[in-house]
Design a protein around this ligand. Structure first.
Ligand SMILES: Nc1ncnc2c1ncn2[C@@H]1O[C@H](COP(=O)(O)OP(=O)(O)O)[C@@H](O)[C@H]1O
Ligand SMILES: [Mg+2]
Length: 424
């Protein structure tokens, strides 16, 4: 980005604001205090005063500037850039609701633009984000080890795919010590951030709206950090509009994550896999997650066949999750394996108590799982890493090709004489 504001910040005032009205000042002061900044640094006078003041004094780390009285905000921001030292994070506010202005401001190095009237929570978010950037490592993140890319595909909703995805990402970060990105492509209803007790932020939504903005710096800012080695990109996109993207944004994100992280886990809902097949092309490993039910058997067959024809180079790990102990199974493991014509690689037992506890604590299931539920997570993470480092053929079911899938489903139907199997 051609950002005059974004080099490393030195020792200077942490924060200064130039606002145009008392109302904005009143909103800013308490939030400044929350960050340990002096409320007295909230000055009146807007952009004009900011330019005047900064031309004779050092620039702060975070600068809030009100553009409300500016007739030509873009031009004025460029004037500000001339007097503002590199390293300052500039947050602008104004009344002009124009996406072109927003884009131009961002392109000229503005960190964020708050549209008036805004709420105190918006101010809080923006400041927190600015502070996170200041305290985090600056410059584009660079992975040291080559990226290991995996995609977790749930064959049916609720089978625990997102649980597996966030846990795998956590394992790769915490246990395998790889800097890891979790990309949650359940754009409307994603739980990637929620399950880690994080706010999803606007990163993913911004990326979809503006794929051209996606670069290393964008990744660094947009991703939400869960811990030192795990960052998340997830969204709660508004549900009053369908997703408007040809998938360029997802592809770009995947590319940038490849450079910035040592592992990527994509939580890929099955409908997104169909819509954006390229998301699996580059994955070293696809983790096909299902439950031991008839419907999941059918869909596992179909997903394996899809992978075989759409991403033959991607290695497949089959996972059965939420598998109850005892005989309360819709389909036995053996019959499931026979139907999909390959073995289940990893079985996760059903453990409602630990799952509920993980949800309550806002931690990935793998972090609190022990014993019978802990071991399969370690297996999964090891398997992903070893598959990614191997060369060679795919491991999709040997006869799981596009045409074969129909036969497999037919076999399943024949095998299960129960009427509900006809649903397949
Ligand atoms: N092994 C397990 N035992 C019990 N509950 C589980 C297990 N794995 C996941 N769950 C729970 O199943 C529910 C659905 O999980 P989720 O990961 O959101 O599924 P999906 O992404 O496939 O729709 C969640 O409430 C989760 O806590
Ligand atoms: Mg999910």
């Amino acid at each position: 980005m051609n950002a005059p504001f974004q080099a490393r910040a030195g020792l200077r005032e942490p924060f200064t604001a130039f606002v145009c009205d008392e109302e904005t000042a009143d909103m800013l002061r308490p939030v400044a205090v929350e960050h340990g900044w002096s409320p007295e640094k909230v000055n009146m006078g807007g952009l004009r005063n900011a330019v005047q003041s900064l031309s004779v004094s050092a620039s702060p780390n975070v600068l809030f500037v009100d553009l409300s009285e500016s007739a030509d905000p873009l031009n004025d921001i460029n004037a500000l850039a001339e007097v503002c030292e590199p390293g300052t994070i500039v947050i602008a506010a104004g009344q002009v609701n124009d996406v072109r202005l927003y884009r131009d401001l961002v392109a000229s190095g503005i960190h964020d633009y708050l549209l008036k009237p805004f709420t105190v929570d918006q101010v809080r978010d923006t400041f927190a984000n600015a502070q996170a950037i200041l305290s985090g490592p600056r410059g584009e993140q660079q992975a040291e080890k080559p990226n290991v890319m995996s995609a977790v595909i749930g064959t049916r909703g609720g089978c625990g795919a997102s649980t597996i995805a966030s846990s795998l990402a956590w394992m790769l970060g915490e246990k395998a010590e790889r800097s890891t990105a979790l990309l949650d492509l359940d754009v409307h209803f994603g739980t990637g951030a929620l399950s880690l007790d994080l706010e999803p932020g606007r990163g993913l939504t911004d990326a979809i709206e503006n794929p051209s903005r996606i670069d290393g710096l964008f990744i660094e800012r947009a991703m939400v950090r869960a811990n030192e080695r795990l960052s998340v990109l997830s969204a709660e996109a508004p549900i009053n509009a369908p997703l408007q993207t040809d998938g360029t944004a997802f592809f770009q994100l995947q590319e940038e994550m490849k450079n910035a992280f040592e592992a990527t886990v994509v939580d890929l809902p099955r409908h997104m896999m169909i819509q954006y097949p390229h998301m699996v092309h580059d994955a070293h490993v696809a983790i096909v997650c299902s439950e031991l039910t008839l419907a999941a058997t059918r869909d596992t067959i179909r997903v394996l066949a899809w992978l075989k024809s759409n991403a033959p180079q991607t290695k497949v790990i089959t996972v059965a999750n939420r598998v109850p102990a005892g005989g309360a199974l819709e389909i036995s493991k053996k019959d499931f394996e026979q139907s999909i014509e390959r073995n289940i690689d990893i079985v996760f037992p059903f453990d409602a108590k630990t799952a509920a506890q993980a949800a309550k604590l806002g931690k990935p299931l793998a972090e609190i799982a022990t014993g019978k539920l802990g071991a399969p997570f370690a297996n999964l993470s090891n398997m992903v890493l070893s598959h990614a480092s191997e060369e060679g053929a795919d491991t999709v079911g040997k006869s799981g090709g596009g045409k074969g899938a129909k036969n497999l489903v037919d076999n399943l139907k024949n095998m299960l004489s129960k009427p509900k199997a006809e649903a397949a």
